[in-house]
Design a protein around this ligand. Structure first.
Ligand SMILES: *[C@@H]1O[C@H](CO)[C@@H](O)[C@H](O)[C@H]1NC(C)=O
Ligand SMILES: *[C@@H]1O[C@H](CO)[C@@H](O)[C@H](O)[C@H]1NC(C)=O
Ligand SMILES: *[C@@H]1O[C@H](CO)[C@@H](O)[C@H](O)[C@H]1NC(C)=O
Length: 413
């Protein structure tokens, strides 16, 4: 399919103003009909025990419109359905030819889902062999730093987006800067809010970054970057803590922000999510909200809504990734999560987005059965499989091992 027509064009370029930056581009009219659920704040869970009928391997995410001798590796793709179009937003992506020459490279990327019957079929939009561009625009401050200090910015995201209106969604991204040419010498800038708006009449997608920008890693909780959920006009912004176990002897790869054992939450009125002064921070011990942003200088586990305590060691009791969403099938809010180690996917449930969350988790998938010794990332979503059952009876799991992302369909009984 080398004759794929370039439907996508960067049409407006990047606008910079004091308040925000945005990019707008055309997307192909590929529809993936999707029914958005709007549950009440409080539901009555049907505790079905989470017994799993089957898990099927749906293949690695791939784009058949790109030369099959090329490798395309979007970093940690996440889902976003707006107006019956389903996007995969991902971090840096590189397309290499058979000789390992780079034919496209972007610091952040977007692809589209082609068909809900084939979860791994994607169409890359921003990285193409013909042309490529990043979807996350640099702020004027980043442009200045980039030009002055010869730094490269990259962006990644760890959670699926949350729809905030018929035509728009929010997602939190992490920014990293690198000294030119030295990719092991990076510094995390923090997490920031991106807003996507799709005009369904013209098929134009706008990505904007409202000011103010960063939640500084290790200094603030990165609200929204663990998971984001909108229910009845409020958007729940979940964050992990920055917990350093006393005996950090595992060395190797972990998030520079520390390990994640506790989940905290802030709540924003959906209509004013861009205005951080309207966010409120939840303290689980007292069950109250405060306008004062708590800072994670010491572990405040009593304020957390979820503490990972499924395992016998502190190290195992740290989150790698998680998804929080409403399951119509279970009539419950679900937390589907992967601990840092051992590889495994677990689920807990709650009657409200704040909890109380069931514990311990129920294991619903063992990635080692599919050849994984390490899962670097795992996310769950109910949006692909809404036909032939209620949303949530089947989940799409995406597991990232070494760069490549594989899709699985999990059916509950
Ligand atoms: C999405 O598709 C469904 C089924 O085709 C349709 O009923 C619904 O109106 C569509 N929604 C939007 C926002 O276009
Ligand atoms: C999606 O895939 C299914 C099964 O392969 C096929 O029957 C259907 O026509 C496809 N839908 C679209 C919109 O291409
Ligand atoms: C949060 O508060 C609820 C209600 O008091 C309680 O049942 C639950 O155990 C608390 N969660 C954590 C993680 O402490």
């Amino acid at each position: 399919m080398a004759s794929f027509l370039v439907l996508v064009q960067l049409i407006v370029g990047t606008f910079a103003s004091a308040a925000s930056v945005s990019t707008t581009f055309s997307v192909p009219n590929i529809l993936t009909p999707h029914r958005e659920l709007s549950p009440p704040f409080r539901v009555t869970p049907r505790n079905l025990g989470f017994s799993v009928a089957s898990v099927s391997n749906e293949d690695y995410l791939h784009d058949d419109s790109i030369d099959s001798s090329y490798t395309v590796t979007p970093f940690r793709p996440t889902l976003c359905s707006i107006q019956n179009r389903t996007f995969w937003f991902a971090g840096p992506v590189q397309i290499q030819d058979a000789q390992k020459r780079t034919v496209a490279l972007t610091s952040s990327s977007v692809a589209m889902a082609l068909n809900f019957s084939h979860p791994s079929w994607i169409r890359e939009l921003s990285p193409r062999p013909e042309s490529s561009w990043p979807i996350i625009p640099l702020t004027p401050a980043e442009q200045f730093v980039s030009a002055t200090y010869k730094k490269t910015y990259q962006f990644d995201t760890s959670a699926h987006c949350s729809l905030i209106s018929d035509t728009s969604a929010v997602q939190f991204w992490n920014a990293w800067s690198y000294n030119a040419g030295t990719y092991n010498c990076y510094s995390p800038s923090g997490s920031f809010l991106a807003i996507y708006t799709l005009d369904p009449a013209t098929n134009k997608l706008t990505v904007s970054r409202p000011a103010p920008v960063y939640q500084k890693l290790s200094i603030q909780y990165p609200y929204g970057s663990f998971s984001t959920l909108t229910v009845q006009g409020k958007t729940y912004l979940y964050a992990w803590d920055v917990y350093y176990p006393p005996s950090d002897d595992m060395g190797g790869e972990h998030d520079p922000g520390g390990y994640h054992r506790d989940i905290h939450v802030a709540v924003a009125p959906t209509s004013t999510i861009e205005d951080k002064s309207t966010w409120k921070y939840y303290d689980n011990r007292t069950g109250t909200f405060s306008s004062t942003e708590p800072l994670p200088t010491t572990r405040r586990s009593s304020a957390a809504i979820i503490i990972l305590n499924d395992f016998s060691t502190e190290f195992a009791n740290t989150f790698l990734s998680a998804s929080i969403f409403y399951s119509e099938y279970h009539d419950a809010y679900l937390l589907v999560y992967a601990p840092f180690y051992p590889p495994g996917i677990y689920v807990r449930f709650a009657p409200t987005p704040l909890g109380p969350w069931s514990s311990r988790g129920t294991k619903i998938m063992d990635p080692t059965q599919f050849g994984y010794t390490v899962v670097r990332y795992a996310l769950a979503s109910p949006i692909f499989f809404q036909t032939g059952g209620k949303a949530g009876q089947s989940l799409l799991l995406t597991l990232t091992g070494d760069y490549k992302t594989q899709a699985f369909k999990l059916n509950f009984t």
